[in-house]
Design a protein around this ligand. Sequence first.
Ligand SMILES: *Cc1c(COP(=O)(O)O)cnc(C)c1O
Length: 229
Amino acid sequence: MDLHAKAYRGITSRIEAAVRVAGRPPGDVTLVAASKMQPAAAIRGLVAEGQRRFGENRIQEALAKQRDLAGLGIEWHLIGPLQSNKCRDAAELFDWVQGLDRLKLVEPLSRRRPRARGPLNVLVEVNIDAEPGKAGCTPTEIEPLASAIVSAPGLRLRGLMAIPRPSPEPAERREAFARTRALFDALRAAHPGIDTLSMGMSDDFELAIAEGATMVRIGTALFGPRDHR
Ligand SMILES: *Cc1c(COP(=O)(O)O)cnc(C)c1O
């Protein structure tokens, strides 16, 4: 078994263990493999293990991999910040956009979504620790954004995404996950169709699952360190 396959099995069993400990039903948490800066061959290896959801941060990089990996049934998630000049590519190339954080992105995404592809799944990203210069809306901006998405043809609101402040203190991160969960519950009260709370990465996905994450995005723990050039 290659290293990635071994890491993949380890991570999926840790996810299932965390789901069990949280008293949640098996399969309650889905894994998005954050494959940015990893070669197509590494993705192919995880596909062979049964993984189908992959997250990319950059359009150009994603496009190259999508060409390479066409026909494998991969569900592509745009997990990086979304710029307004990239809405067309995002709407055409991805199945999910996880980083919608501004009202002005809604209309272009909606207009550019090819109708034949079905609705684009959208998560509102909240900047849960109010970090300066970081992507994500404020908590009070979530509902207006969500309403705009719900009324936009070609888009489907699925829930909320957050990346807490990197903190050496697990308790702080756990508390940020709990606050995100509360925002998710409030959003779901207004929009009962939503089902996705995307939070938790390599270092903290078990804490996120304990606080109610339904989707985790994991890169390093699956693929090893990214090749920074
Ligand atoms: C890279 C990335 C991840 C995965 O991070 P790791 O720490 O490598 O697991 C998750 N979410 C987003 C938005 C990312 O950009």
